[in-house]
Design a protein around this ligand. Sequence first.
Ligand SMILES: *Cc1c(COP(=O)(O)O)cnc(C)c1O
Length: 356
Amino acid sequence: MSRPLIARVDGAALAHNLAVARRAAPHSKILAVIKANGYGHGLVRVARALRAADGFAVLSIEEAALLRGEGYTHPIVLLEGFFHPDELPEIARLRLRPVIHRQDQAEILARARLEHKVDVFLKVDTGMHRLGLAPKRLPDALAALRASPHVGGITLMTHFARADEAGIGIDEPLACFREATQGMKLPVSVANSATVLRHPAAHGDWVRPGIMLYGASPFADQSGADLGLLPAMTLESTLIATRLVRKGEGVGYGAAFVADRDMKVGVVACGYADGYPRHAGTGTPIVVQGQRTRTLGRVSMDMLFADLSNVPTAHVGSPVTLWGADPPAEQVAAAAGTIAYELFTALAPRVPVEET
Ligand SMILES: *Cc1c(COP(=O)(O)O)cnc(C)c1O
């Protein structure tokens, strides 16, 4: 028997969540965002489950090449475009669609000698101030691209900084985008998961859902379940020890938890070296033997503690869910001051992943 920690990835849940995105944005094509190893779920596994998407978005040529190697002929967008002109022949050969987010990239691509035309996503910065051309620079970049025999289709894109925030939303950046792109008569792509779910007027030609496909909510005030999503990843383990801790005794490093009464404590085979967040303190939700309880004290490298006060029959070998349907990854993340995106993508390579 090997260590009991395992991440189960549910392909049917991924497909279900894609269908939720499809219903939310019925007039748009879906670019499934599977960067960062499919948000930690496994690039190839996720692509297979999401093959009904109209395209995929990744970060690197390596990821895109892996998908082409698996036989996927979908449009594949490179979200950060190309990093060096040397990459352009490979981008053309693999028929990838780079995001062009700087004027010099537009010029470099326009001058390149390539074996095929390259379709591009031309990105405008509408207020996030991360990637994208300033709105007033857009016409020059577009002119350079349109003048080039090496550039095929052009899609205009932007990304919203606050689409997930109630009361802030996307009105301002969307107005900026519409003004910047007025009269250009090109397809557009602006919608991340939050925009897909809450801002139907902004869906455009290509939506770019990420986190929702994995079953987590992009919103602080609504859960994945509230949105009809199914968790794609369940992180499971078992208890590898139990003990009685007396009132006044400490548990784990730094005695960060001190028992306020005699209590039964379980040791779970999962720690921060597996990707469980070390900042999740006492009280983080965890499920032991089907019963919701809480973690205790500091997370160790390979282990953490569960309060078994309300699971008196728990024993060595009892099943533990770190995150999944219950507790949802969003709640574990919130207890650690982070978001489910980070938990998923931080899942350590040493954790075996099994598809269910
Ligand atoms: C990661 C990413 C997305 C997906 O965002 P979610 O919040 O996960 O839906 C969409 N567009 C761009 C440009 C991204 O980098």
